[in-house]
Ligand binder design. Structure first.
Ligand SMILES: [Zn+2]
Length: 69
């Protein structure tokens, strides 16, 4: 079935038996287990970026969390 390639964001193909993920648009080719780790790793990086973004904008806007003080 089609899933999103974590590398190039194009359509990748997940084997019916969940054994392998292959992308035709780039050279992405991993076992499903590696794919899950790859995605989790990238999403944690993405969350860090979002966290930094939230942290850097804090102070510029009146944070709703301040209302708890
Ligand atoms: Zn790809």
């Amino acid at each position: 079935m089609k899933i999103k390639c974590p590398k190039c964001k194009e359509d990748a193909e997940l084997a019916m038996d969940f054994s392998v993920v292959k992308c035709g648009s780039c050279d992405f080719d991993m076992s499903y287990g590696e794919y899950v780790k790859f995605v989790a790793y990238n999403e944690s990086k993405y969350s860090d970026i979002l966290g930094d973004y939230t942290g850097s904008t804090e102070g510029h806007t009146s944070g709703s969390l301040d209302e708890w003080d």
